[in-house]
Design a protein around this ligand. Structure first.
Ligand code: APR
Ligand code: PHB
Length: 389
């Protein structure tokens, strides 16, 4: 098999890239290890920046997003007692859209079938070859038979555990990592949200987040030590804890109901540099991870892909090599700023085991400062809605 761009991974990064290239008539094939149902089974964050919804608009894959996405004009930080509203629309002129990442993936998958974007699912043993030559290729097994896909470029969109990043030699690479000493216990329930905007809370007992998927489906989180087990958290215990941590105003509006999913996810900050080696590019979780505070994961994957698709389109349409050479530096400049924002919001809103009363006072003073300063609120708002591309 032969194509122009071989894309590894059919998560949001790979699917978006495939659609953007196809829309310009550039041949590409996506190779994915899992079955489509498995890919759609993953529950992830659900807040989209304008940069991400703009890409969906550009592709014309926006019908359900426009009909069902909830446009949010702000969100709140809570300190256990009060809600500090950040008026993102008033301060930046931009909304964010609440729409589950699973739904973005579903829309991109459905459109792939309609538009003839080729995705090979259940491809085993995907390996990358000769990425620093002009004729790289990918091999894999499909239905027990060995396959070879020759390409001009390979895009590694295969998430944190995929093989693409490992194809870049360690001697040219740098890794930056911070692992956090807690995880997020998340719960999905078919009950109306307790508030019409998201609430990130820092209470004496720990962090809590009230989010939503729709007017009838809520998503809640609390932070827990990594030693904690989901089985130890009955629905009642979790509702009780959320009511305390979110503070009295939100607690008064919580509607309880049975959970339809509950799981614990670890938190990590991670960046891999460079994001290009020869004819191989990395995009999305393959190159970086953010903690979920601020919901930047999918949005960063989307901005990587916006840069990468522009570079590849420039190469195939105008023979431009510069954008390809500049991809890694351009993407990383935005990634590091999102890493900084996700890390600082995580630091502000969580209790760390090493923190004492002084650090607690620092957090409370910072929240109080934010409550009183339009400048501080503007800084948070412009990061939350997404920095410009
Ligand atoms: N061969 C082929 N595909 C692979 C391989 C492999 N060896 N390993 C992983 N993949 C696939 C995964 O099955 C997955 O479908 O690559 C895809 C990567 O998708 P994601 O993990 O969703 O990553 P990405 O597309 O970069 O999206 C980033 O999704 O992971 C979340 O929180 C993250 O919101 C962020 C966004
Ligand atoms: C979610 O709705 O799952 C969500 C929202 C905001 C975050 C993280 C997760 O920061």
């Amino acid at each position: 098999m032969k194509t122009r761009v071989a894309i590894i991974g059919a998560g949001p990064a790979g699917l978006l890239l495939g659609h953007l290239l196809r829309a310009e008539g550039i041949d590409c094939v996506i190779v994915e290890r899992r079955a489509p149902e498995y890919v759609l089974g993953r529950i992830r964050a659900g807040v989209l920046e304008r940069t991400t919804t703009d890409l969906m608009d550009r592709l014309g894959i926006n019908e359900r997003l426009n009909a069902e996405g909830l446009k949010e004009a702000g969100f709140a930080l809570a300190d256990g007692e009060r809600l500090i509203r950040i008026d993102t629309l008033g301060l930046t002129g931009k909304y964010v859209t609440v729409y589950g990442q699973t739904e973005v993936t579903r829309d991109l998958m459905d459109a792939a079938a309609e538009r003839g974007l080729e995705i090979i699912y259940e491809a085993a043993d995907v390996s990358l070859h000769d990425v620093d030559s002009d004729i790289p290729y990918v091999t894999f097994e499909k239905d027990g038979a060995g396959q070879r896909l020759d390409a001009q470029f390979i895009a590694g969109c295969d998430g944190y555990y995929g093989p693409s990043r490992k194809a870049i030699p360690a001697k040219v690479a740098k890794e930056f990592e911070r692992v956090y000493p807690f995880g997020w216990l998340g719960m999905l329930a078919d009950v109306p949200p307790c508030h019409d905007e998201l609430i990130y809370a820092n209470h004496d007992r720990g962090f809590a987040l009230a989010s939503m998927r729709s007017k009838t489906r809520s998503r809640y989180y609390i932070d827990v030590p990594l030693t904690e087990k989901v089985e130890d958290w009955s629905d009642e215990r979790l509702w009780d804890e959320l009511a305390v941590r979110l503070g009295p105003e939100a607690a008064a509006n919580i509607t309880r109901g049975p959970s339809i999913e509950k799981s614990i996810a670890p938190l990590r900050s991670y960046v891999f540099e460079p994001m290009r080696h020869g004819r191989l590019f990395l995009a999305g979780d393959a190159a970086h991870i953010v903690p979920p505070t601020g919901a930047k994961g999918l949005n960063l994957a989307a901005s990587d892909v916006a840069y990468l698709s522009d570079a590849l389109i420039g190469f195939f349409k105008q023979g431009d090599n510069d954008a390809i050479a500049g991809y890694s530096a351009k993407a990383l400049a935005r990634i590091w700023k999102s890493e900084r924002f996700s890390w600082s919001l995580t630091k502000l809103m969580h209790r760390f085991p090493e923190d004492g009363p002084f650090e607690r006072q620092m957090q409370m003073a910072e929240l109080d400062y934010i409550a009183s300063s339009v400048a501080a609120q503007t800084s948070i708002a412009e990061n939350y809605v997404g920095l410009p591309l």
